[in-house]
Design a protein around this ligand. Sequence first.
Ligand SMILES: Nc1ncnc2c1ncn2[C@@H]1O[C@H](COP(=O)(O)OP(=O)(O)O)[C@@H](O)[C@H]1O
Ligand SMILES: [Mg+2]
Length: 253
Amino acid sequence: MSEAKSILEIRDLTVKLSNGVTALEGINIDVKQKDLIALIGPNGAGKSTLLKAILGLIKPTSGSVTLFGSKDLSKNLKYVGYVPQSAQARDPNLPFSVYETVLLGRTPVAGLLHGMGAKDREKVDETLKMFGIYELKDRKIGQLSGGQSQRVFLAKAMVAEPKLLLLDEPTSGVDTSSKKEFYNILDKLNKERGITVILSSHDIGVITKIANRVLCLNRSQFFCGENEDFQADIEIHKLYEHPVELMEHHDHP
Ligand SMILES: Nc1ncnc2c1ncn2[C@@H]1O[C@H](COP(=O)(O)OP(=O)(O)O)[C@@H](O)[C@H]1O
Ligand SMILES: [Mg+2]
């Protein structure tokens, strides 16, 4: 088979929230192994809701999500790494060290009953080094810069060796050089390790450089396709250069 393995299939996904708001409507995408998908759209577009629906944290009102070939999402969650929006620690008194935080990310693999073994600690060390945060391992996470804590939370997600990585606005509140470094790491994980990534962001310029595909939504789907086609689509481009004016006219309840 020449076709890359299907990681995720979303069919006609509609999500109505309990307050009656339709957060997503008619979303369709097939994610293949080694895709790096840029999930873009203005605030309130439904990006976080979509990631939560993939994780089974929010139930679809209609349509379906199939993860690694199964509609039972919990079955394959061990292959998924997730960094929620604003994961960076805000509380300077948070008692966890960098090492402990990343070690916790290993729980899905190690299992709660067996506890962490030498292999898990080895993996934590390797991951800390890979993300350039080994020398920070004894620092408390609440005392790191935005860019440093962002790398810690990515390391925490990666230490369980996921096949699919879901990142929700990972670069918000992070300075420009940390952002660049972060995208370099992601690019490497994707190209060299073959990790499939879905990355939600406002940072359209940078992500369309490393993404091979783009899903642009504002409750409903505006564009889903190859990065080059997205860049070449004048109408979408215009739309995105004026996202507030044009996208907010979209009938939002
Ligand atoms: N917990 C919630 N309760 C009620 N409405 C919510 C909740 N979370 C999100 N929403 C609404 O759902 C829509 C989509 O939000 P969200 O997925 O967070 O968008 P984005 O991540 O693109 O900013 C918005 O209209 C938002 O106000
Ligand atoms: Mg969001």
